[in-house]
Design a protein around this ligand. Structure first.
Ligand code: GYE
Length: 332
């Protein structure tokens, strides 16, 4: 637990400039910060983002940048381009810069213990946002703010079970998984499979990663369509892959939303538009707007206040009718 005193020590420490460690600090949005702690009462946060792979991520980044400004937090932002090594470099650069708090959204779940121990030794509190790590030692971070991805997978599976409740026919499902090894890919898959595997009429006939991108979603769906003539349902772990898959389905002369039912996760604007247009059938919401909660938690941990180990974001689901209703007021 970080004590107020350590924040003060950090505040007084001489600012270290970053040495040439190949940091991915390309998107640094800090203004006039010299690092070196909470000068003028301003908290310095180093944020190591996953990348810019999806509409969800773009909304999440924008929200974090805006809420940091509103909260008077001096944000150092880096984009890891979906590579763990880049995130580790960014975190090490934040240690060197002696920021007050490090927040990051781990691209994959495993392989964080070494760098998180380095952060702990530097007495900098860590907040996980959006994605989890599988470290056994939970003292390596103060809190984890983000969605319950298992629950999201279950909601997707439950919708499908409800849709086919009166049918005895086999249902062939293909799954576009998110980034291999990431928490949302692991958990959305297991949550979904737990529900549909309870009924033997559901068959997951193909499942592969589309890396959460539109381009990869299209490419993998094209391959699925070539090797499987009888696909009834697509479960895509995010809207972007679902939108790429829609292009592949249309390219194969089939009608998305009718010939192949589509379920996705996120509920970004583009996804919701496709849902309202009838090309997607159901979306499980995943809320990227967690910046305000993050800034509040950051202030607390820097002040040495207790925070809950886990903060789950609130989310809903959308049918085609609901998408039409909420689209005009959708924030992302
Ligand atoms: O669903 C996907 C993004 O980690 C919840 O990452 C996030 C996921 C989101 O690329 O669109």
């Amino acid at each position: 637990m970080l004590k107020r005193i350590s924040a003060l020590i950090l505040a007084g420490a001489t600012a270290l400039t970053m040495t040439g460690c190949g940091s991915s600090d390309s998107g640094d949005s800090s203004v006039g910060s010299s690092g070196g702690g909470a000068k003028d009462g301003k908290i310095v946060m180093g944020f190591a983002q996953v990348g810019a792979e999806s509409g969800w991520r773009t909304a999440n980044t924008k929200d974090i940048q805006e809420t940091a400004k509103e909260a008077g937090v001096d944000l150092k932002f880096s984009d890891a381009q979906q590579k763990q090594e880049n995130q580790i470099k960014a975190i090490r650069s934040y240690i060197q810069q002696k920021v007050d708090v490090i927040a990051f959204s781990p691209v994959v779940e495993s392989g964080w213990d070494t760098v998180l121990k380095e952060v702990q030794n530097a007495k900098i509190p860590v907040i996980l946002t959006d994605r989890a790590v599988d470290s056994q030692d939970t003292s390596l971070y103060k809190t984890f703010l983000g969605s319950d991805f298992i629950e999201e997978g279950k909601k997707a599976g439950q919708w499908l079970v409800d849709q086919y409740k009166d049918s005895k026919d086999d249902v062939n499902i293909v799954q576009l998984e998110g980034t291999t090894g990431s928490a949302p890919a692991n958990d959305r898959k297991s949550g979904f499979e737990e529900i549909v595997k309870a009924d033997p009429k559901f068959h997951i006939i193909a499942s592969q990663s589309g890396d959460f991108t539109r381009a990869k979603g299209k490419e993998v769906m094209e391959a699925f369509l070539k090797s499987n003539p009888d696909i009834d349902v697509l479960w895509a772990h995010n809207d972007d892959m679902g939108l790429g898959a829609i292009e592949a389905i249309e390219g194969a002369g089939k009608v998305p939303g009718k010939d192949i039912k589509i379920i996705t996760a996120d509920a970004t604007h583009d996804g919701m538009q496709a849902l309202a247009d009838g090309k997607i059938n159901f979306i499980v919401e995943c809320n990227p707007l967690m910046g305000k909660q993050l800034m509040d938690l950051a202030k607390k941990v820097v002040n040495g206040e207790q925070v809950p180990q886990r903060v789950v974001t609130e989310e809903t689901t959308f049918t085609q009718e609901q998408a039409k209703e909420v689209l005009p007021s959708r924030k992302y």
